[in-house]
Ligand binder design. Structure first.
Ligand SMILES: Cc1cc2nc3c(=O)[nH]c(=O)nc-3n(C[C@H](O)[C@H](O)[C@H](O)COP(=O)(O)O)c2cc1C
Length: 191
């Protein structure tokens, strides 16, 4: 698939089939990530790939995060149990979940630019998945920012969870794309 067509036709797909994704395809997706631009070649991306029963580790961490959140918000036992259960199940929404982490830089600017490089890496991953006939969605939410998830991944102060990329074979049709033309957001400074 040519790159412009891939960019224009990629969509976030939240509903995927349970069928496993061959490891070789997951590896292609990961390899595409490391070709993203990155300032000073810091190669800031770190990946955790959860598949099959391995997703259980992520599920437990998510559940504990939900428990801590419920506790902090003083939620009742029954409500909390429902919340914890829903959060646990989210780890199994796709056969492959890749957590993309941005490593800290040597200073604030480098950390910021590392994060930017990782966002470019995630886009490479989504485009590669799409060109391989796979669906993906970039998700964040509290599990990207909560202290417990940071501990789960053993993150240092300026490391960041950039994305959870859920990947599988699509189980939903295409939707119309909602985007304003670039011209509406552009100022040209010509000669
Ligand atoms: C930083 C970031 C975080 C996102 N987090 C979520 C999320 O938590 N849940 C979700 O459904 N989509 C999430 N998305 C995906 C966006 O909702 C999606 O890209 C947007 O709706 C545009 O749709 P498209 O990807 O099909 O063009 C996230 C995207 C980005 C860039």
């Amino acid at each position: 698939m040519d790159v412009i067509r891939a960019i224009q036709t990629r969509q976030s797909v939240g509903r995927v089939r349970r069928d496993p994704v061959p490891e070789v395809l997951v590896e292609s997706i990961l390899e595409s990530a490391v070709h993203a631009p990155n300032h000073k070649i810091t190669e800031p991306w770190r990946f955790h790939v959860f598949t099959g029963k391995g997703r259980g580790e992520l599920a437990r961490a998510r559940a504990e995060t939900a428990r801590l959140q419920a506790e902090a918000e003083g939620e009742g036992e029954e409500m909390a149990a429902g919340r914890i259960n829903r959060e646990r199940k989210k780890a199994f929404r796709a056969p492959v979940v890749i957590a993309v982490i941005s490593a800290s830089g040597r200073d604030e600017v480098e950390s910021l630019e590392n994060y930017a490089a990782c966002a470019a890496a995630v886009q490479n991953m989504q485009l590669t998945a799409h060109s391989l006939g796979l669906a993906s969605i970039w998700r964040t939410g509290p599990v990207a920012y909560h202290k417990h998830m940071r501990q789960f991944f053993g993150l240092k102060e300026n490391d960041r969870i950039v994305a959870y990329l859920y990947i599988g074979y699509p189980d939903m049709g295409e939707r119309p794309r909602r985007r304003s033309p670039a011209g509406e957001r552009t100022v040209w400074h010509g000669g």
